[in-house]
Design a protein around this ligand. Structure first.
Ligand code: DX5
Ligand code: ZN
Length: 225
């Protein structure tokens, strides 16, 4: 089953919980939480306090995407803030294996991600130890950018490797996803779909989430399950 992970980066932060309440009573299970430090990416989003506060009021699986330099410094704080999975950038650390072990030592899921210019082959040897690989389909740092078509090639590379080696690592995609391109992304082999502006930028957030799940249902017959 394909899952949707709406990115709260596109919420109106003056009405954050109201936006999140608009996602309730749908099939939604996950939220995507983008943390940016202004160094690894040229933007700053939010930190622990925001995550802790929404953790207290929302039962979703918290999928935290760290766009921060040397993520090893803050893993414990993001676990304590309420993350169910932490995904970090391979470009942001000298010791990706140690970061994976550190995340897993807290009993939560570990994910890795890569910028569009990074060779996916760097990730392949790590996949067996990961719960998720996140393919960035835009340059990390901002919501609302256009989908990069060549990210589908990366999804296929990961899909082939995961299937060939019988791994259960999930493939997630992030950036520029809309109801108009999500079927192709699922067809390429994605399990989890991040979408920000195409969900929280809409007037009817609940209806838009339902639209996504309808498309996932239609794609089901053609994708693996
Ligand atoms: C970008 C973030 C994304 C972003 C997606 O650095 O990682 O999660 O919020 O937003 P859209 O769906 O608007 O491209
Ligand atoms: Zn993200």
């Amino acid at each position: 089953m394909v899952e949707l992970a709406p990115s709260i980066l596109s919420c109106d932060f003056s009405r954050l919980q109201e936006n999140l309440d608009d996602t309730k009573d749908t099939r939604l299970k996950m939220l995507h939480i983008d943390v940016m430090d202004g160094i690894f990416v040229p933007n700053i989003s939010f930190g622990f306090k925001v995550i802790e506060d929404i953790r207290n009021r929302n039962d979703y699986f918290f999928d935290t995407h760290l766009m921060i330099e040397r993520p090893e410094r803050y893993i414990e704080r993001f676990v304590k803030a309420g993350s169910d999975r932490i995904t970090f950038h391979i470009e942001a650390t000298d010791n990706p294996r140690e970061v994976i072990s550190l995340i897993k030592s807290f009993g939560i899921e570990a994910g890795i991600t890569l910028k569009p210019a990074t060779d996916p082959k760097e990730i392949l040897p790590l996949l067996k130890d990961l719960d998720c690989v996140l393919v960035m389909s835009v340059e990390p740092g901002f919501g609302g950018q256009s989908f990069m078509e060549d990210s589908l090639d990366k999804v296929q590379i990961f899909r082939e490797y995961i299937d060939k080696n019988k791994l259960d690592t999930k493939i997630e995609i992030d950036g520029g996803i809309k109801t108009t391109n999500v079927s192709r992304v699922i067809g390429a082999g994605c399990d989890e779909i991040v979408s920000g502006s195409d969900i929280f930028g809409k007037d009817d957030i609940k209806k838009q989430i339902e639209e996504y799940y309808k498309i996932f249902d239609q794609a089901k017959s053609t994708c693996r399950d």
